[in-house]
Design a protein around this ligand. Structure first.
Ligand code: AP5
Ligand code: MG
Length: 215
């Protein structure tokens, strides 16, 4: 299956996408993680993307489309994938549809996760991430065992993302409303959209997501 997770910053796309993909043996394709990896390796793509990401703005469509087109051709993605953070604009959605069609494939379902803005801001201010495996924790709702290190990398200190400052989170929410939220209607019109409430426990959201994805 080819699944898209759509939703604002902090709604749980990464957390839920990782679990769903892990359970089903699908690839998790997170464009945010791909860009953060490129930044940590100081590649030309990373250096360029960092300028937009630090301000909560989107990286240009052509760059993102090229990245995802290549990534979805890798062996681990051929049996299915979960897209987290792509598409984020109508041109990205059109490109995705076109390149899947070229390969005789199509999207199976698009799940829009929802949560109130106050909850998103609260979550992002308490988010901590492992710089090695990118596993995400939350100081309030999902802490690591000792609250400072990654459970899977006990030597590694967790860190906060550069774009999780109050001002950048506000900008990311605005950018989501303006550039990405039109995709909800875009996919509803195509009969691909399922809406899932992103609040409740991690298990609650996972259960609702599994029911929406089916299969
Ligand atoms: P990206 O990394 O995709 O960031 P985002 O969309 O802002 O989403 P987040 O990763 O912040 O949130 P999430 O929904 O994954 O939530 P999470 O699971 O972590 O993109 C970053 C940047 O890269 C963009 O701003 C842009 O510049 C660029 N970019 C990426 N893709 C692009 C594209 N396609 N085009 C152009 N530019 C692109 O959860 C959040 C927190 O909440 C965690 O602490 C978690 O533990 C906690 N949590 C999760 N679920 C629950 C729950 N049910 N209850 C309580 N806490 C919970
Ligand atoms: Mg994420």
């Amino acid at each position: 299956m080819q699944v898209v997770l759509l939703g604002p910053p902090g709604v749980g796309k990464g957390t839920q996408g990782r679990r769903l993909a892990g359970d089903r043996g699908w690839a998790l394709i997170s464009t945010g993680e791909m860009l953060r990896d490129a930044i940590s390796r100081a590649t030309p793509l990373g250096m360029e993307a960092k300028k937009q990401m630090d301000h909560g703005l989107l990286v240009p469509d052509d760059v993102m489309i090229g990245l995802v087109r290549e990534r979805t051709l890798e062996a681990d993605a051929l049996g299915g994938f979960v897209l987290d953070g792509f598409p984020r604009t109508v041109p990205q959605a059109d490109a995705l549809e076109a390149f899947l069609q070229e390969r005789g494939r199509k999207l199976s379902v698009v799940v829009a996760l929802t949560a109130p803005d106050e909850e998103l801001v609260r979550r992002l201010s308490a988010r901590w991430e492992c710089p090695v495996c990118r596993r995400v924790y939350n100081a309030m709702s999902a802490p690591s065992k000792d609250g400072r290190h990654c459970d899977d990398h006990p030597e590694t200190l967790l860190h906060q993302r550069d774009d999780d400052t109050v001002q950048t989170v506000k900008r990311r929410l605005e950018v989501y409303q303006k550039q990405t939220s039109p995709l909800v209607d875009h996919y509803r019109k195509r009969g691909l959209l399922k809406e899932v409430t992103g609040t409740g426990t991690l298990d609650d959201v996972h259960g609702a997501l599994v029911a929406a994805v089916g299969g």
